[in-house]
Design a protein around this ligand. Structure first.
Ligand SMILES: O=P(O)(O)OC[C@H]1O[C@H](OP(=O)(O)OP(=O)(O)O)[C@H](O)[C@@H]1O
Ligand SMILES: Nc1ncnc2[nH]cnc12
Length: 172
């Protein structure tokens, strides 16, 4: 099964010039979703981590599936004003805009080794902001994994420059 067949390109979404990869067909096919989860588990194998951090919203889907598959705890990085209690905040730029992510200040133990998970790595802005949230809470970033890397945007290098090891199941 070629998982890329289940991630079709939608040109000019959400803005002109963006070649958007839609995960909806992959999620709508049980075998493809299962295979994607399995392959995310495979690439996480040589990284040592205690917790997963899923990034709103598409990172929640794969983060929850993987957390269940690996029996690991799942932490949420959320868009603004969604989480109760005190939060750390990071603003960031992504391929088609800017946004803000938040994580609860006391949800991670300081000895946690956290694997970040998202569906797509494009510019790397989202994963870098998530890494900063983990560091703000005193925990360690174990790495980052995604289903798809859009390589021409060089997000992998941007993360490497900041000491974050990233791996992706698929590259285009
Ligand atoms: O590498 P980057 O340039 O930062 O882009 C990648 C991010 O963009 C998308 O999220 P989006 O903000 O569109 O939110 P969504 O998951 O709620 O659709 C995607 O799910 C990644 O989180
Ligand atoms: N081209 C793209 N397709 C899907 N998700 C994205 N997130 C950032 N860039 C994206």
């Amino acid at each position: 099964m070629n998982l890329l067949d289940y991630l079709p390109v939608v040109p000019d979404f959400p803005k002109p010039g963006i070649m958007f990869r839609d995960i909806s067909p992959l999620l709508a096919n049980a075998a493809a979703f299962k295979e994607a989860t399995h392959q995310l588990a495979q690439i996480s194998q040589d990284l040592e981590f205690t917790h997963l951090l899923g990034i709103e919203s598409r990172g929640f889907i794969f983060g929850a599936a993987l957390a269940n598959e690996l029996s690991k705890p799942l932490i949420l990085a959320r868009k603004p004003n969604k989480l109760p209690l005190d939060v750390h905040q990071e603003s960031y730029g992504l391929e088609y805009g800017t946004d803000l992510l938040e994580m609860q200040k006391t949800i991670l133990p300081t000895d946690a080794k956290v694997l970040l998970i998202d569906d797509v790595l494009a510019t790397g802005g989202t994963l870098l902001a998530s890494a900063k949230l983990v560091e703000k809470s005193g925990a360690t970033v174990a790495g980052a994994i995604t289903l798809l890397e859009i390589s021409f945007l060089a997000g992998m290098q941007k993360l490497a420059n900041q000491g974050v090891v990233a791996k992706s199941v698929l590259q285009i």
